[in-house]
Design a protein around this ligand. Structure first.
Ligand SMILES: Cc1cc2nc3c(=O)[nH]c(=O)nc-3n(C[C@H](O)[C@H](O)[C@H](O)COP(=O)(O)O)c2cc1C
Length: 215
């Protein structure tokens, strides 16, 4: 049975448009695979450790081949617990609203906690970085109020999906379904745009469910 971790990037709960699309995605996957095991990680409600000096020190200790002591050892254990929950899932569903051209800060904090050498990424001085999370599948629902691909720069630039998609590939996730509901606000027909996003989400869920059964 597949284990899917749904990571909520918007704090807007019932008002969240990305969450509404995510619900359609999950319903479609459950229709395809009734036994799907879904766990929810709401980045705005669950406590996450601050990625502060002790965590940064612990990361640099790993990079330089040292061993953790004192506060850095405790910090590293907290980081590892977050990584373990993430890595145990076979599939990840993310809702990613655009905030000021980029991603919300709780999602960036989550990325900073997760992206650790030896767990999600490796490094070779000659070949550079490599992602360690092969064999995972991800679906990402991007929303923005005004920005949409192809708009004039006065309506925004995309440091949002470009950054997040880069990060997924950086950690080794290459089987990625991208679903866009953009724009959610500056559109003459928000309901039609929503219906199109839902249709895209349902199709993506069917593809991923098929892929997970074949794996
Ligand atoms: C703090 C904040 C910053 C935002 N920045 C942008 C932005 O840079 N560009 C844009 O098009 N929309 C921006 N928006 C609008 C949201 O992306 C839009 O409302 C989207 O639907 C949010 O997803 P959600 O409904 O799942 O929360 C911003 C919204 C908030 C709350």
């Amino acid at each position: 049975m597949s284990k899917l971790l749904y990571i909520i990037g918007s704090p807007r709960q019932d008002a969240s448009r990305s969450a509404a699309v995510a619900e359609a995605f999950l319903a479609a996957w459950r229709r395809a695979e009734p036994g799907l095991d879904v766990s929810v990680l709401d980045l705005w409600r669950e406590p996450l450790p601050e990625f502060d000096g002790d965590k940064a020190q612990a990361k640099m200790t790993v990079i330089t081949g040292g061993t953790h002591e004192g506060a850095a050892a405790t910090a590293w254990e907290a980081v590892k617990r977050v990584i373990e929950r993430f890595a145990q899932a076979d599939q990840h569903l993310f809702t990613v609203p655009m905030w000021n051209g980029g991603i919300p800060y709780r999602l960036k904090l989550y990325i900073d906690i997760l992206t650790q050498p030896g767990f999600l990424c490796g490094f070779d001085p000659a070949r550079g970085y490599s992602g360690l999370l092969g064999r995972k599948q991800a679906a990402v629902i991007y929303t923005s109020g005004v920005y949409a691909p192809g708009v004039a720069p006065a309506f925004g630039l995309d440091f949002h999906s470009s950054y997040f998609d880069w990060w997924l590939r950086f950690v080794g996730v290459t089987d990625v379904e991208t679903i866009r509901y953009q724009p959610t606000l500056l559109t003459p027909d928000p309901e039609r745009a929503f219906a199109e996003a839902v249709a895209g989400a349902e199709a993506a869920a069917s593809r991923l469910a098929r892929g997970s059964r074949a794996a």
